[in-house]
Design a protein around this ligand. Structure first.
Ligand code: ADP
Ligand code: MG
Length: 717
């Protein structure tokens, strides 16, 4: 038997649970209900808590008013109904030292749970009641006859009729049977040592049957690492395969155009811009196509970085393209990029002077007729150096002479397919380099997982001289009146304002109605006498453009808008924003919206307006964690972390396909450091062994754990 070598996860996945002592047909069926059919399922069903009996108290020692853990035996259970028709379960329990009562309100099922003679662990606060001790609604864990200092508590299923001590017993038996052959550890020794990871056998024993809490922690750390490593391996394998399969362009770095561009900038680059440009240049100069995500908060100066990357393409006689999610944004980009590149020339041997002006063209669905024809012809013959547009850029009818660098702005508005379509516009068979820019900060570790096939650069520094934005929460009508006053004062001082309309469901029609309603209300009410304009997604694009122009020129005082202004709109003279029903927006969206002010020399204010809420009993509800987070900080990355915290874990895979591949122990929130270690380890393994031929057990484990569906999901998100 020992010739067989250590037991792998695959081996465990092939042994049915009925091979265990004590698992007959009935228990087998019960286990199947909770998805446990083979030993692998059993050993990867981890305890949800561990009771540390070294902290255990005896009933006689309980101090009224203090929380404590006691292990007791059930003596008797009685059920009653209180006067206001709530159920009340009274339970008398005892240990060697004494007795006490438990009382549970509104938990009628407890009557079935508590059988006389059962051993339970209680955690709660004892109080004196009618001369004796009583705990009300303590945390209860059934522990059966488990002994040991640490008692694992498994997820229990009333429906499936499985107890935690049965689970513990089966896991114990499984691990005992594995002991002779030992459990294989597919993670290379060097990586384990470097990250102080305990052996997998030890980890499995340590998570299920720990001697102390420290052992359990080390075990959790190791097994969480394994979960994250597997995810990262899938992503890194895919990333490397993509790179292998595609030939990129080796761009000219530090060419004359780029140099001149830096010299022409009226400001020095920030440290973050310099670092990011270096990272991008390393990609551009290599033969492998770049797939890089550039994260940078609003105003961090992503455009400069994007232009530098596109100019590197032009320096090598290729073209650059910048794709924006909306026409308004594309037009704004075109205006600002043209301004940045004003007067720049490119070599042109066919020209009398040996050069010609660099040509930047806009391509959206609004560019039509002869103009469109000209732009298309210029893209095809290479006389357009930089194209800026919407998804119109990736239509089949658009041919580039030699597309070298593609910048995609605000990626969350584009699908993966669209990115892929742009990449498919190759230059003589070579894939253009892609830079995806997003102003929605994603915590770095989440980015590593969600955009696992992209490299990540972060602009984590704002250019100097920004005027800070003061964010205030206006809760209820009284405070809202102050908001309108503030707007009137700012307008009187020559400034401008945004009013963001309440978010109404998913329907664009409702949103338009909401915008119209808000405009009307303000025009005839609070903001009477000011020049108001309106912007929403359903307006014809030329009307939108006219309104934006008027606002930019200062012909409008207040722009009433839906979230269409979320991205890109840049009017430095706008210094106040009021977001109505702010509590309906997500943190990221509020942050994006707020970024529309604070773009000029004047101090800015963002008002988050909410309607005061009451609970069922008519008390004002205080506290709104999202709004409060926005008030507390303007740092997008900090907000992204808060957002992740507030939204909780969620699953990594789509909810429909929870399963083996899910993170059971690892948490993207708590284990940020571990995600980075796992990603590093995945690169190390894959780069030393591209098809995992030398890591057969690990490769097999990936096959075992991830369905094709999972892999697709990971790759696509
Ligand atoms: P983002 O696209 O990241 O929101 P932009 O690229 O639009 O930011 O830049 C915001 C503003 O900051 C622009 O007016 C730009 O000219 C300016 N800017 C960019 N980089 C710097 C810098 N290094 N120093 C000063 N101002 C800068
Ligand atoms: Mg921008």
């Amino acid at each position: 038997m020992s010739e067989l070598g250590p037991i792998t996860m695959r081996d465990l996945s092939l042994i049915p649970v009925e091979r265990l002592r004590g698992v007959g047909p009935k228990k087998q069926a019960s286990l199947a209900v909770v998805g446990i059919t083979h030993l692998l399922d059993l050993v990867t069903t981890y305890p949800r808590r561990w009771i540390d009996r070294t902290n255990e108290a005896r009933i006689a020692d309980l101090v009224p008013g203090q929380e404590a853990l006691v292990l007791v035996t059930i003596r008797s259970v009685t059920k009653r109904t209180t006067r206001n028709r709530r159920s009340m379960i009274n339970v008398n329990v005892g240990d060697g030292s004494g007795r006490m009562d438990l009382v549970f309100f509104n938990q009628p099922w407890r009557e079935r749970q508590f059988k006389e003679g059962l051993h339970v662990a209680l955690f709660g606060k004892a109080d004196t009641y009618r001369g004796g001790l009583q705990m009300s609604n303590p945390v209860v864990d059934l522990i059966g006859d488990r002994t040991g200092k640490i008692v694992p508590i498994y997820p229990q299923s009333e429906k499936a009729q499985i107890n935690t001590w049965e689970m513990a017993g089966w896991v114990e038996e499984t691990l005992r049977r594995c002991a002779e052959r030992t459990i294989a550890d597919p993670v290379p020794e060097a990586i384990r040592q470097r990250h102080r990871l305990i052996d997998r056998s030890e980890a499995l024993a340590g998570i299920h049957l720990p001697d102390d809490m420290k052992t359990k922690e080390l075990a959790r750390y190791r097994l969480a690492f394994d979960e994250l490593l597997r995810v990262q391996l899938v992503l890194v394998l895919r990333k490397r395969a993509l790179e292998r399969d595609s030939l990129g362009i080796q761009h000219t770095i530090g060419g004359p155009l780029v140099k001149r561009f830096y010299e022409s900038l009226p400001f020095p680059l920030t440290g973050a811009q310099t670092r990011t440009i270096e990272e991008i240049n390393a990609d551009l100069g290599s033969t492998q196509p770049m797939h890089r995500l550039l994260q940078g908060d609003v105003g961090s100066g992503k455009t400069v970085v994007a232009v530098a990357a596109m100019l590197a393409a032009v320096d090598g006689r290729h073209q650059g393209a910048l794709m924006a999610p909306t026409e308004v944004l594309a037009e704004q980009h075109a205006t600002s990029v043209r301004a940045m590149l004003d007067g720049v020339t490119v070599p042109d041997p066919g020209n009398l002077f040996g050069d010609r002006p660099l040509r930047v063209e806009l391509l959206t669905n609004r560019v039509t007729g002869a103009d469109r024809k000209q732009v298309l012809a210029g893209l095809a013959d290479g006389s357009v150096d930089i194209a800026i547009g919407t998804h119109a850029l990736i239509q089949d009818t658009v041919d580039f002479s030699s597309l070298g660098v593609v910048v995609v702005d605000e990626q969350h508005r584009f699908g993966v397919e669209q990115r892929a379509a742009l990449r498919s516009k190759t230059a003589n068979g070579a894939v253009p380099d892609t830079l995806v820019m997003t102003a929605t900060p994603i915590p770095r570790t989440a980015a590593m997982t969600v955009y696992g096939d992209l490299d990540v650069s972060v602009l984590d520094e704002l250019p100097p001289g920004r005027t800070p934005i003061v964010t205030m929460w206006a809760d209820g009508g009284l405070m809202e009146a102050g908001v309108w006053n503030d707007i009137k004062n700012e307008v009187a001082a020559g400034r401008q304002a945004y009013v963001v309309c309440p978010l109404v469901g998913e329907s664009e029609k409702l949103e338009v109605a909401s915008a119209e309603e808000t405009l009307e209300r303000l025009a005839f009410g609070e903001l009477q006498g000011l020049r108001l304009g309106m912007l929403h997604g359903k307006l014809p694009s030329d009307e939108k453009a006219v309104t934006m122009d008027r606002f930019r020129r200062g012909d409008l005082d207040v722009l009433v808008a839906t979230t269409v202004i979320e991205v890109g709109v840049d009017v430095p003279n706008a210094t106040v924003m009021a977001i109505l029903d702010a509590d309906r927006f997500g943190i990221a969206q509020l942050h994006q919206l707020r970024g529309r002010v604070g773009r000029g020399e004047h101090a800015s204010t963002c008002w988050l307006v909410t309607q005061q809420k009451e609970d069922d009993e008519g008390n004002a509800v205080v506290g709104n964690p999202r709004v409060e987070a926005l008030v507390a900080t303007t740092d997008g990355f900090e907000l992204a972390e808060v957002d992740l915290d507030l939204r909780g874990e969620g699953t990594l895979m789509s909810t429909a396909q929870k399963g083996r591949s899910d993170l059971k122990l690892a948490s993207l929130r708590r284990d940020r450091k571990l995600v980075e270690l796992a990603r590093g380890a995945a690169f190390e393994i894959v780069d030393g062994d591209p098809d995992l031929a030398k890591h057969a057990i690990l490769a097999d484990e990936l096959d075992l754990v991830f369905s094709d569906q999972d892999e697709e999901f990971l790759a696509k998100s």
